[in-house]
Unconditional design. Structure first.
Length: 158
């Protein structure tokens, strides 16, 4: 029995060293092109999402698109485009809400690692969690329970 203890300790240290470290905020891939299924309240939106960074993002749905280009905004509908200086969409619009939280992922120290590729943060009093693939840093899910908002990211390009 006395010889088993060193063997058991060896096995314990071997397996405890293999545990993956929590994903850090710096490892998140925040510029991407993918599909997104967005559940917001009782509505579901499926769109192509192209995000180049804070304030530069495009949502494309069937017949409709929202495009933020830094200080500019434009909408497309049935092939027609209307450009605006500031975004005229209400704060309750799903794309406006998703943008708020995606932009928050860039603020240094805004997220605390949990486990299994999950991180948590808070924005203007609203708690949120983000789940990402630990190997690639690609976002998998963004969840804001207080707003009944869940975004599932899939079908990444590139």
């Amino acid at each position: 029995m006395g010889r088993c203890i060193p063997l058991l300790l060896c096995i314990f240290f071997l397996f405890s060293g293999c545990r993956a470290a929590p994903l850090s905020q710096k490892e998140l891939l925040l510029a991407f092109q993918c599909r997104a299924e967005i559940q917001y309240g009782d509505e579901t939106f499926d769109c192509a999402l192209n995000r180049q960074g804070p304030g530069v993002v495009t949502y494309r749905m069937e017949g409709l698109g929202y495009h933020w280009k830094g200080d500019g905004f434009s909408q497309t509908c049935a092939g027609l485009e209307a450009e605006e200086g500031a975004c005229p969409l209400p704060r309750q619009n799903f794309a406006v809400q998703v943008n708020r939280f995606l932009d928050a992922l860039h603020r240094e120290g805004a997220l605390q690692p949990l486990s299994n590729g999950e991180l948590e943060g808070s924005l203007e009093g609203e708690s949120f969690t983000v789940k990402a693939d630990p190997a690639s840093g690609r976002l998998e899910e963004l969840r804001v329970s207080q707003l009944s908002l869940t975004v599932r990211f899939y079908a990444y390009e590139g």
